[in-house]
Write a protein that binds this ligand. Structure first.
Ligand SMILES: [Zn+2]
Length: 139
């Protein structure tokens, strides 16, 4: 993800991405710009359920992201589990899974509707799929 979009996420959700140099998050957002909105919304939703569970951004238990990357064409957003807050961890897992499934329908490069291009294991729109291969956007 480009520097400007990465900075926006870090600026809007500083506590979710705190201490990121101590985890795989030090590598940044290892995916294309097309998933920016999806990640932004996921961050908002995770913080919302944290608030619903009585946490505030200055709580030590506030969710902390461990890794954001593309894998097999889908978004993997990993969050450290919060001790003693099973319900919150379950809600965050549901949100992460929903975002993973959504990412399989969003071009990672541009954010337009896309689908999984299996020969590349990447989720792309027709245009971006054609840039890498002329015959991989079947089915
Ligand atoms: Zn595209």
């Amino acid at each position: 993800m480009n520097a400007a979009l990465s900075k926006k996420l870090l600026d809007v959700f500083p506590m979710l991405f705190r201490n990121r140099h101590e985890s795989s998050m030090q590598r940044g957002f290892v995916c294309g710009d097309g998933w920016f909105e999806l990640i932004y919304t996921l961050c908002q939703d995770i913080e919302a359920v944290a608030c619903q569970n009585g946490l505030t951004p200055d709580s030590p238990e506030w969710p902390k992201c461990r890794q954001v990357k593309e894998k097999f064409g889908s978004l993997r957003f990993v969050v450290f589990a919060v001790d003693g807050l099973t319900g919150l961890n379950e809600r965050i897992s549901e949100l992460r899974l929903a975002a993973l499934n959504q990412s399989l329908q969003i071009c990672e490069q541009c954010g337009r509707p896309g689908k999984l291009v299996r020969v590349r294991m990447a989720t792309l729109c027709l245009e971006h799929a054609r840039q890498i291969s002329t015959d991989c956007y079947l089915g």
